[in-house]
Ligand binder design. Structure first.
Ligand SMILES: CSC[C@H]1O[C@H](OP(=O)(O)O)[C@H](O)[C@@H]1O
Length: 365
């Protein structure tokens, strides 16, 4: 999407320098920093340190990591070693494993001399596919927003609430949860977005940065405000992203999503999940029991990063010195609390039947 009028993807291949470039999200929204990713360790650090983040973007980044690995050493042993090294970076978003498996399965049959070029072309394809998938999710989500708008007094905005950042910088472009928002705004529908801050990494600030750059009315709210807003009729629809959705429609997403789904159900607010199909894990059925939840560093909870008075960016400790912290980075919303899954092939129920109807070839595999 656009940053100060200039279109960007969240990562791109610099053909002049023959290197991947990323937006280092650790410094957003205060500083826009582009950096090259030149070594396999750089790729692993970029994912682990959340310089790039968001399930689809993690997958696309890993694909370019495999391309670099094949340029360095196209042997079977290095193909497997790169797969292992990249797969170990973050455990929850299934897009990482999906992209790595897709790359390894495509490269294994090739002669080693052909692997580097093929790997780079596949990484480009995965990135381009993500853009198109998210654009289509936007089209399908737009129709839901239109239906809500039609039931409201003319000119009254559709009020959406979103959690975390499932925006264009969490993907290669468009975002998943934000794609319907962008397309509704661009279609002239009046909308307003409640943006959950999303402790502890405050990815909501990234969403606010995105929406502000696109001229979309929004308000930043504490994670604990959503239930109150819903109780007072101030939310027409919740829309979030996902890092892994089971074949039965259980949705793993940023910590706190489950609580929003409970509040939405209690208040009769539709709760939608924007779901690109690479984020579906067809091998698991019970999300709570089977999806690995990343436990991140306690420092992300005990400290908060932000803009300092001197123009720098820094972190302050908000807890007493010595206080420990737990930091589960995701939770699982059972499909029974989800109104619908917005995929690139259309909207379906958060159920095995719903997903099988849209993806019969995958459900049957
Ligand atoms: C479009 S997927 C975005 C998804 O990823 C985020 O997790 P993280 O920031 O830790 O990578 C969050 O769960 C978003 O919903």
């Amino acid at each position: 999407m656009k940053v100060n009028g200039t279109h960007y993807r969240s990562l791109w291949w610099d053909r002049g320098e023959q290197v991947l470039k990323i937006i280092d999200q650790r410094w957003l929204p205060h500083d826009f920093r582009v950096q090259p990713v030149a070594t396999l360790q750089d790729f692993c650090d970029a994912i682990t340190q959340m310089r790039v983040r968001g399930a689809p973007l993690i997958g696309a980044t890993a694909a370019y990591g495999m391309a670099l690995a094949m340029r360095l050493d196209p042997s079977d042993a290095h193909l497997d070693a790169a797969w292992e090294q990249l797969n170990a970076t973050r455990p929850t978003a299934i897009n990482l494993r999906w992209a790595l498996d897709r790359c390894r399965n495509a490269l294994r049959p090739l002669a080693s001399r052909d692997r580097a070029a093929a790997a780079l072309e596949l990484a480009h394809a995965i990135a381009d596919e993500d853009v198109e998938i998210n654009r289509r999710i936007g089209e399908h989500g737009l129709e839901i927003i239109r239906e809500i708008a039609a039931r409201k007094p003319t000119g009254e905005p559709v009020r959406l609430l979103t959690h975390c950042n499932a925006g264009w910088i969490a993907t290669v472009d468009w975002g998943t949860a934000t794609s319907p928002i962008y397309q509704a705004h661009d279609a002239g529908l009046p909308i307003h977005v409640w943006v959950d801050e999303t402790r502890p990494r405050n990815q909501g600030a990234l969403t606010a940065w995105e929406l502000g750059s696109h001229g979309i009315p929004h308000a930043y709210v504490t994670d604990n405000a959503g239930g109150h807003l819903m109780q007072h009729g101030l939310v027409d629809m919740v829309i979030v992203g996902t890092d892994r959705t089971t074949r039965t429609g259980d949705v793993c997403n940023k910590i706190g999503t489950y609580l929003k789904a409970l509040a939405a159900r209690d208040n009769g607010v539709p709760f939608y999940v924007a779901l690109p199909s690479p984020t579906i894990d067809w091998t698991v059925s019970d999300g709570v029991a089977e999806i690995p939840i990343e436990e991140r560093d306690a420092g992300e909870v005990t400290h908060v990063q932000g803009a300092l008075g001197d123009g720098g960016i820094g972190a302050v400790r908000v807890t007493p010195d010595g206080t420990g912290a737990a930091n589960p980075a995701f939770d699982v919303t059972p499909g029974r609390l989800v109104t619908g899954l917005i995929t690139e092939r259309g909207v379906c129920a958060a159920s095995a039947e719903g997903l099988a109807a849209l993806f019969p070839e995958r459900a049957a595999a």
